[in-house]
Write a protein that binds this ligand. Structure first.
Ligand SMILES: [Zn+2]
Length: 222
């Protein structure tokens, strides 16, 4: 079974009553009390009595059931780049992947075909931590900076997972709770604020493609 949560989908574990075709959460309270958990479209009944539900406000999420090889050949999985937290994913793989690209590093990091799992918030924070300007062409980054970028990627992703995501919008964890990374963001949505390095820099926001890049012009010089 392949679950693609897309933008607003999230999986919840709890108990629901089905009343007139509508799922009403009974427990835990964290699911029942948050309106973002109310868009339940599918419920699986688990053997231990719990239920697994997919809540999705925008209805873009999908669940596909099929043979393993058929699922693996779907573009959602087939075209996905390597998982950066895989223990077999080494700096040499990262370097090979990144340094062959001529695009701006922020866009390269966010390209799911290059590396999977890095979105807008985390790419900004990763680049700040590695002191790299988001507009820097990927193939122009020095080896030393690339090593820092690799390290920063792992650091930020691990921290985000530990804090259970960002939840600046709809995302909730399986208990229906908000993640804590939104309060730990380093540059994302800090436009106009002082750089956390206290280097005199003020965080700016600039457009790259359709997205916004937040960075410090002092410690992330081009
Ligand atoms: Zn700075």
């Amino acid at each position: 079974m392949l679950v693609h949560q897309t933008m607003t989908g999230h999986l919840l574990v709890g108990k629901w009553n089905i009343i007139d075709g509508k799922a009403i959460a009974i427990e835990p309270k964290s699911i029942a009390s948050d309106p973002y958990n109310r868009f339940v479209h599918v419920i699986f009944y688990l053997s231990d009595g719990d239920m697994l539900a997919l809540s999705d406000a925008r209805k873009f999420a999908k669940i596909i059931l099929g043979k393993k090889k058929d699922l693996e050949s779907l573009p959602e999985l087939k075209e996905l780049g390597p998982e950066p937290l895989d223990k077999n994913f080494k700096f040499s793989d990262f370097k090979k992947t990144i340094s062959s690209k001529t695009g701006k590093i922020k866009q390269v990091l966010m390209d799911q075909k290059v590396i999977s799992g890095i979105g807008n918030i985390y790419s900004d924070d990763i680049l700040w931590l590695a002191r790299i300007n988001p507009f820097m062409p990927a193939n122009k980054i020095s080896d030393g900076k690339l090593k820092g970028l690799f390290k920063a990627t792992l650091t930020i992703l691990k921290k985000a997972i530990k804090l259970r995501g960002s939840s600046i919008s709809d995302f909730r964890d399986t208990a229906g709770k908000k993640g804590g990374y939104g309060k730990a963001m380093l540059v994302y949505r800090r436009e106009g604020e002082k750089c956390l390095r206290n280097d005199g820099g003020i965080i700016v926001r600039k457009k790259i493609g359709g997205r916004s890049a937040h960075f410090c012009p002092v410690c992330q010089k081009l």
